[in-house]
Design a binder for this molecule. Structure first.
Ligand code: IMP
Ligand code: MG
Length: 206
């Protein structure tokens, strides 16, 4: 990794869609963030985290399963004595807004007095992250910060912001680079926009 700088350049908003690879043309309206842009931005975020946590031994708490690629790419650039743990949370019920959040995987590490950095794939309504932060705060970490790859501010219902944000995106339902629709598309190496006709009326059902 080259020179360590902080703070990170502000997140860019991507709007223009690029043509998807032939294999995914029937599923995707387009590619929103290509691989090289993801890689470049991940390196910037990592540089910023490396700088901010240089005197610390952070515990990274990643939310399953959407963070897999993002997490793997960020941490390989960090030269910190970090530890890693995972939480899994899903909403239970028919729609995003009414669904109750249920934790299906708890932390293994004790985070009391630790510097915790939550890693999440996408900040949408803000409900998931709010519940996660509340849960973690109850375990009395010394510091609690958030790193998200994507932010969809247009859909926010609960005011919550991240300390590190990769990209701001318009109100598209996106897949790839770990993000899914009905558990599919996590393996795409880019962020793509799903064709609306594939998800019908309720894309955010999760
Ligand atoms: P929130 O609680 O509404 O902020 O939703 C956050 C969660 O919803 C994320 O962790 C994702 O699992 C899911 N999500 C929200 N928007 C999208 C999207 O565009 N694509 C895939 N998953 C999404
Ligand atoms: Mg998620």
């Amino acid at each position: 990794m080259k020179k360590i700088t902080a703070p990170t350049p502000p997140p860019q908003t991507f709007r223009r869609l690029l043509p998807p690879p032939p294999r995914w043309r029937k599923d995707l309206a387009g590619v929103l963030i290509p691989e090289d842009r993801l890689a470049r931005r991940v390196r910037q975020l990592a540089a910023s985290i490396q700088h901010d946590y240089r005197q610390h031994e952070p515990v990274l708490v990643a939310l399953l399963s959407g963070t897999v690629m993002f997490l793997a790419d960020v941490i390989r650039h960090l030269e910190l004595p970090l530890r890693l743990d995972f939480l899994s949370v899903s909403s239970y019920g028919a729609s995003t807004t009414s669904g109750e959040l249920v934790f299906s995987k708890e932390l293994r590490l004790d985070i009391q007095g630790k510097d915790v950095l939550v890693v999440e794939d996408i900040l949408d309504t803000g409900r998931t992250l709010t519940a996660v932060l509340e849960k973690l705060r109850a375990q009395r970490p010394r510091q609690l910060r958030v790193c998200v790859l994507l932010d969809k501010p247009a859909r926010r219902q609960v005011p919550v912001t991240a300390h590190y944000t990769g990209f701001r995106i318009p109100d598209y339902f996106v897949v790839g680079y770990g993000l899914d629709f009905a558990e599919r598309y996590r393996n795409l190496p880019f962020i793509g926009v799903l064709k609306p006709e594939l998800y019908g009326a309720d894309p955010q059902k999760k």
